[in-house]
Design a protein around this ligand. Structure first.
Ligand code: SAH
Length: 346
């Protein structure tokens, strides 16, 4: 076991069976987390990059079986924040010192391409990096957002198990999602993907495939989170994913993609009150504090128990800054471009 970790630390290569072996076995978890922490330090340093997350709409036309925003969920009070207000949230986020805004929403056509282009341009005038996380769009739409100034795009593959993918995403197409990721790369975005851990029927082998997919895509960022059952979805009676298994998938991702940006995800902290700190000590180098104001935060309910739903952006900013300093790390003052991306486009 230890030999496999040594190999991964040295070569950043593991076979599918080796990854699934490490995921199944729990005798060397601490060694795995420590190795990922070392590789993080060597390749991306001790700085933690903060991204202000603005959840600007919970309207969604998709039917992802795990997600609370799915179109069929009638128990969710839907909202679309107007562009002026979204811009105000971004301005406030800049005021707290954030250098990146992540605009996230369900997948819908409520905002026209023109509206999003103008919003991106306005936010870029604040001298911030802009990350979009708004789902599957056409090549031309991605191109328009890039031309407007968008820097990065997050689109998790969710699972690379095609069979499971089609069960969980009725009416969606696995190949199209992959296509979207390659389109984003071709257009020059910093590309982020990732997966859910602990989905019903998901195997250790399929998680190994997920990690190998991140490597094959040559992802600049990878976000990994445990699946948390939502009572308003068809998966309400399923078991939640394990925090430790999600942490292991993340640590192995760090070993195989040494210079990628890897967030300590909100879902991890939902399952363990110290989840994001443990993640930062097991390979992660990014945190995405919530910068959505007012009642919207509660209504962006992907899964139950989401942290900080009653807090303000000011509180989240102070809290995460203190946590990062408490473990001897630093909050980055720059845009936090993925080191992997910088090398990739050279
Ligand atoms: N519509 C955008 C953003 C989706 S929401 C898109 O398609 O990319 C952001 C992420 O929340 C999803 O990628 C998914 O991985 C995660 N998520 C959704 N439901 C979840 C649940 N029940 N438990 C844990 N994570 C969940």
């Amino acid at each position: 076991m230890q030999k496999l970790i040594n190999k991964a630390e040295k070569t950043h290569i593991l076979e599918r069976e080796e990854i699934s072996f490490l995921l199944r076995d729990s005798s060397v978890n601490d060694e795995l987390f420590n190795a990922a922490d070392r590789i993080r330090e060597e390749n991306v340093g001790r700085e933690v990059h903060l991204r202000a997350l603005i959840e600007f709409s919970n309207v969604c036309k998709q039917h992802c079986k795990y997600c609370g925003l799915r179109a069929e969920n009638k128990n969710l009070d839907r909202y679309n924040i107007d562009e002026e207000t979204i811009f105000k949230f971004a301005e406030k986020a800049a005021g707290y010192g954030y250098k990146t805004v992540v605009l996230q929403s369900g997948e819908s056509n409520f905002y026209s391409e023109k509206q999003l282009v103008s919003l991106i341009k306005k936010i870029k005038s604040l001298n911030m990096a802009v990350t979009l996380s708004i789902g599957e769009k056409t090549f031309d739409e991605y191109k328009a957002y890039k031309s407007a100034g968008a820097d990065r795009y997050l689109l998790r593959i969710e699972t690379t198990d095609k069979n499971l993918y089609s069960k969980l995403h009725p009416d969606m197409n696995f190949e199209n999602r992959i296509n979207c990721l390659y389109n984003l790369k071709d257009l020059g975005y910093e590309v982020g993907t990732g997966c859910l851990v602990g989905l019903p029927e998901q195997t250790f082998e399929s998680l190994a495939d997920d990690i190998l997919f991140f490597k094959k895509l040559d992802a600049d960022m990878v976000g990994i989170g445990p699946f948390i059952p939502n009572p308003d979805t068809p998966l309400k009676d399923e078991k939640a994913g394990s925090f430790i298994l999600a942490l292991k998938v993340m640590a192995l991702t760090r070993l195989l993609l040494p210079d990628a940006n890897i967030p300590a995800t909100t879902a991890m902290e939902t399952l363990d009150p110290n989840g994001r700190i443990l993640a930062l000590q097991s390979g992660a180098n990014v945190v995405m504090p919530n910068a959505t104001e007012g009642e919207y935060r509660k209504k962006y309910e992907l899964y139950p128990g989401k942290i900080c739903i009653n807090d303000t952006p000011a509180k989240c900013s102070m809290c995460i800054n203190a946590k990062i300093l408490s473990i001897g790390r630093e909050v980055s003052k720059d845009y936090g471009k993925s080191k992997h991306f910088i090398k990739r486009i050279k």
